[in-house]
Design a protein around this ligand. Structure first.
Ligand SMILES: [Fe+2]
Length: 236
């Protein structure tokens, strides 16, 4: 026989289910649970988030928090995610392989693949908020900000390290337009794969690489370097 407590619990869950269905029917994506998301659902929510941000309906901090939460909830072991990865558009360069999974004027997303043979040098993503989740492997990450007066311009630059640490599977991190947009990373495992979303996409034309004066800059707090436009940067 059902106890009074069980009946009450049943009523509460039925009401919650109805509320959830009602919000879906009304076109509002419920975001109050921490269950896993299939790729299509996660992508739809990320697009909605990018639209809300572009139209000023959500601020920078709330957008970052919501984005990180969504990519944390993505079920990377689901068949839907594997299919999306398998049909991604691949491109790359000396430093990484990029598997593009979505691209629009308000958001880019995909998987960044790096390995232990090549470090990704210091660079920025002008105007973009980047949200990352490690899928496999481990990466050492530096996050920095530019403290000289010529921010955004090529030439002499002074950087300050805000964060240095190892990211492991499931860990998330952000780069933001106003603070800590410059970063470098290297795989400390043979390979490292990470899910990456940019809201909005960064401006490739104004991307800068930063070449440190001291090649052994890794443990420093302040780094003097030259800021070099992407098209003129070569590995030294
Ligand atoms: Fe980057």
């Amino acid at each position: 026989m059902m106890s009074r407590r069980n009946i009450l619990a049943g009523l509460v869950s039925a009401a919650a289910l109805l509320a959830s269905r009602a919000s879906i029917a009304a076109g509002v994506l419920p975001d109050t649970v921490d269950d896993k998301l299939e790729w299509d659902d996660c992508l739809a929510r990320m697009k909605a988030l990018a639209n809300r941000f572009a139209t000023g309906r959500i601020g920078q901090n709330d957008m970052e928090r919501a984005g990180l939460r969504l990519i944390s909830r993505l079920d990377i072991n689901a068949a839907s995610f594997e299919r999306a990865v398998a049909t991604s558009y691949e491109s790359g360069n000396l430093f990484w392989l990029w598997q593009r999974m979505t691209k629009s004027v308000r958001m880019d997303g995909g998987i960044l693949n790096i390995d232990d043979r090549q470090m990704i040098p210091l660079h920025d993503h002008p105007g973009a908020t980047g949200m990352v989740r490690i899928i496999s492997g481990e990466a050492e990450v530096w996050k920095l900000e530019r403290v000289d007066a010529d921010r955004g311009r090529p030439g002499k630059a002074q950087l300050e390290v805000l964060f240095r640490g190892i990211l492991r599977p499931g860990d998330t991190a952000t780069v933001t337009p106003e603070n800590g947009n410059i970063h470098a990373l290297r795989s400390v495992s043979k390979e490292c794969r990470m899910l990456d979303f940019f809201i909005p996409p960064f401006d490739r034309a104004s991307l800068l690489f930063f070449a440190p004066d001291d090649k052994n800059w890794f443990g420093k707090q302040q780094i003097s370097c030259r800021a070099i436009p992407r098209t003129r940067f070569t590995r030294s």
